[in-house]
Design a protein around this ligand. Structure first.
Ligand SMILES: *Cc1c(COP(=O)(O)O)cnc(C)c1O
Length: 429
């Protein structure tokens, strides 16, 4: 039986929403520099796409448009009345050249028609879900998702008259079983924290098509360098730009990318929730993205080498990394990631959490901190950070065993990283 929920579509089509009564052009963008570098490879796109060079001064690089507002004109009034406000500069919460520039670079990297940057990953995720869901609608997701997203789905949806069910991200049948008459969205993370489970994006997309659902993927752990969910048929992809996209552990940001039609639907939610990205943060993000492909290559290569080293170390009980043959979904990783297996590793050390703490103390390079995706290696224990709200029993039930360590492998030289782990492990046993 095909279960279909058309509530949100009907309401939108009947023209109850202000924005849907307006005639809008559905172009790519909006952009200042229309150069997408479509057809080019990742580093070329990272360096060039979206950059706006000031035509008055010929200054190279997008200026920081540090302004809150823009002078109005007849054209702009006209655009507002025709619902084309997203294509004009009116007020920085609505749009700003610094935002447009980095949005274009992201659209180029994601192969998206349109993107929006937000003040945080959570601003992107909450605004996207609130824009796409309608009162009464239901989401299927999993418990293996970012804590902030889990709390939003579990604690807040109910207050908006929406609901959520959680299924196993690696069990497509359990996901299908969780779909109800009023399900509107399938929401999953492409690579989960901390056990680095992959979801089969193509299978999820097939389910979405079968039941007429939107598929939203948080791709923070993989990034568009390792996997492009939109190319696989996903409707919307969200990222915490705080992590790999910015990559320098010095800003908070978020992104959503997809068709211009859907992104135009999220934009009014951004205006209401107010999570716009500040122009200076846009500058930092665009600047950081120029080395995005270069950084990701280094993260991936270092992680694979270090995962191999750790797997062969007698004191390490288990290593979770999609690039290893021992990973339960290594075959899926091969087709979905094509050898680009991310910079994240989780592993279990002998001697439980006590030895895990001792290891972190003896490492000279990896810094004990939450977050990930920076140029520096970051290390943390899921039991007292990302999974701290669960009891020990609940943790073990989902595979968070004693001694589990999560490592975001930086771009330091691999021989230095291996030497550091070697000396730290030797010292604690
Ligand atoms: C960090 C993170 C978020 C939240 O991003 P913020 O920028 O901290 O708001 C969402 N999803 C995943 C997978 C993350 O790692």
């Amino acid at each position: 039986m095909k279960k279909v929920f058309k509530g949100i579509e009907k309401k939108r089509e009947s023209g109850e929403f202000w924005l849907d009564q307006l005639k809008r052009k559905r172009n790519e963008g909006p952009f200042l520099s229309s150069k997408r570098y479509t057809g080019f490879s990742e580093s070329t796109k990272s360096v060039h796409a979206g950059q706006y060079n000031d035509p008055t001064t010929n200054a190279l690089g997008t200026p920081i448009f540090q302004c809150s507002t823009f002078s109005l004109s007849e054209d702009k009034y006209q655009a507002i009345s025709e619902g084309r406000g997203r294509d004009e500069f009116i007020y920085t919460r609505y749009g700003n050249p610094s935002q447009w520039s980095v949005q274009e670079k992201l659209s180029s990297l994601e192969n998206a028609e349109s993107s929006i940057v937000f003040s945080s990953g959570m601003a992107a995720i909450s605004s996207t879900l609130l824009a796409i869901l309608d009162k009464g609608s239901h989401v299927v997701s999993s418990r293996d998702i970012y804590g902030g997203t889990y709390n939003f789905l579990y604690e807040d949806l109910d207050r908006y008259g929406m609901s959520v069910s959680f299924a196993s991200p690696t069990d497509i049948e359990s996901i299908e079983a969780a779909i109800q008459e009023n399900t509107a969205v399938l929401y999953f993370e492409a690579l989960t924290n901390p056990l680095l489970k992959l979801i089969d994006i193509e299978e999820i997309v097939k389910l979405g098509a079968k039941y007429n659902l939107r598929v939203i993927i948080d791709n923070t752990f993989l990034t568009p360098y390792n996997c492009k969910p939109l190319d696989l048929g996903v409707d919307l992809v969200v990222n915490s730009a705080t992590k790999y996209l910015n990559g320098h552990s010095d800003l908070i940001g978020g992104t959503v990318s997809g068709s211009r039609k859907l992104i135009d639907r999220i934009w009014p939610q951004l205006l209401k929730n107010g999570g716009s990205m500040d122009p200076h943060a846009c500058f930092l993000l665009e600047r950081s993205l120029k080395t995005f492909a270069l950084r990701m290559r280094a993260h991936n290569a270092n992680a694979l080498d270090l995962a191999n080293y750790l797997e062969h170390h007698p004191r390490i009980k288990k290593v979770y990394y999609p690039g290893l043959k021992s990973h339960k979904q290594h075959e899926l990783a091969k087709t979905q990631l094509k050898g680009k297996n991310s910079g994240m590793i989780s592993f279990e050390i002998e001697g439980g959490d006590e030895k895990a703490h001792a290891l972190m103390e003896h490492l000279k390079l990896a810094i004990e901190a939450t977050s990930l995706g920076g140029v520096e290696s970051l290390i943390s224990l899921p039991y007292n950070t990302s999974q701290a709200s669960l009891t020990k029993k609940q943790q073990e039930k989902i595979g968070i065993n004693e001694g589990l360590i999560r490592l975001s492998v930086g771009i330091e030289d691999i021989e230095d990283l291996i030497r550091d782990f070697k000396q730290a492990i030797e010292q604690i046993f």
